[in-house]
Design a protein around this ligand. Structure first.
Ligand code: DOR
Ligand code: ZN
Length: 346
């Protein structure tokens, strides 16, 4: 039985760290384990321009623990009014790693997202021309679409058309949550890649809703069936280049998370790598873990993999229930808080 595994340092290709006191409280958990992370732009108000992104990057760098070599990779939030020239300048200057699509009202802080795809055609054409990654919250929202079918509806109505319309556009369908999503990515690789979260690999909707409502299992896209989970596990552990790690760690203040109308988002950074390792072990695929965590992502983003290494070992520890946050947020609950975590980053 394998009890230790050493791999190149992983990157997190989808991360929310927020701002202010929350940023300060949660960033060290990611900076400790990961070399780089794609930082989501859905602040209030959103990170819309290169100027916004540069300012946000400075605030992230300012709260990094002393001596940390972590690098934030910034994104900007696509709106109906995004200026292609601004985005291009940000990419060329090394401020922006990609542009992020939130369909309007699909999830937390997405009210400023795209309402009419015709309005962003010029941006997509520009991304295609300059080879800049296009990151997607791939859910179609509408009164006719069941929440469990949103990912499939996005693929059918949008993404399957875009791959033909913009054959040179490099896309990432983030937080894959369904068999349909995993299958589509494979069929459209290498143009399209997909990230997978630890919780979509670990949970089913029965875990979330079947024995007491678990707010800490509520995220967008919602956790789906055991069949979907099985397809995602097969995809992640295949080692195929089109699938890679993106935690979607998304902290919220306790009072917003545990509420009559609770918010989606699962803070998992402190347990992310151990949870992925557990899944790879269960699938008998620890030999594929490095490809998923450390190699496939940089290849798709056309960046070099990290040079240094990390080691995980089987050494059980108990995850804290919550993380303290200074100021009015006070605390944030943690995914798998209170559970025994099998693997540990040494
Ligand atoms: O569950 C989610 N929470 N999904 C998202 O896409 C956004 C995120 C957040 O920002 O909390
Ligand atoms: Zn997210």
């Amino acid at each position: 039985m394998t009890t230790r595994i050493t791999i190149r340092r992983p990157d997190d290709w989808h991360l929310h760290v927020r701002d202010g006191d929350m940023l300060k409280a949660v960033l060290p958990y990611t900076a400790k384990d990961f070399g780089r992370a794609i930082i989501m732009p859905n602040l209030v108000p959103p990170v819309r321009t290169v100027k916004d992104a540069a300012g946000y990057r400075d605030r992230v760098m300012a709260v990094l623990p002393a001596g940390s070599r972590f690098t934030p990779l910034m994104t900007c939030y696509l709106t109906d009014d995004t200026d292609p020239d601004d985005v291009e300048r940000g990419f060329r200057d090394g401020v922006l790693a990609g542009v992020k699509l939130y369909p309007a009202n699909a999830t937390t802080n997405s009210a400023a997202g795209v309402t009419d795809y015709r309005k962003v055609t010029r941006v997509l054409e520009r991304l295609e021309k300059i080879g800049m990654p296009f990151l997607m919250h791939g859910e179609e929202v509408g009164s006719d679409i069941d929440i469990f079918d949103r990912e499939k509806a996005f693929i059918d109505r949008r993404l399957s058309k875009w791959v033909k319309e913009f054959p040179g556009l490099r896309m990432i369908l983030e937080h894959l949550s369904s068999k349909d999503g995993a299958d589509f990515v494979k069929s459209a690789a290498p143009q399209v890649a997909g990230t997978i979260t630890p919780y979509h690999l670990n949970l089913t909707r029965t875990d979330w809703l079947g024995a007491g409502l678990k707010p800490m299992m509520y995220a967008m896209p919602v956790i789906k069936t055991a069949q979907d989970r099985a397809a995602l596990r097969k995809a992640a552990t295949s080692g195929e280049a089109c699938y890679f790690l993106g935690t979607d760690s998304a902290p919220h203040p306790f009072v917003r998370k545990v509420a009559i109308s609770g918010v989606p988002g699962i803070f998992n950074a402190p347990v992310a790598l151990p949870t992925y390792a557990k899944v790879f072990e269960e699938e008998g695929a620890l030999d594929k873990f490095e490809a998923f965590a450390s190699l496939n992502g940089p290849r798709h983003y056309r960046l070099p993999p990290n040079e240094d290494k990390i080691t995980l070992e089987k050494s059980p520890w108990t995850a804290p229930i919550e993380i303290k946050v200074a100021g009015p947020d006070e605390r944030t609950l943690l995914y798998r808080g209170g559970e025994t975590i099998e693997w540990k980053v040494t």
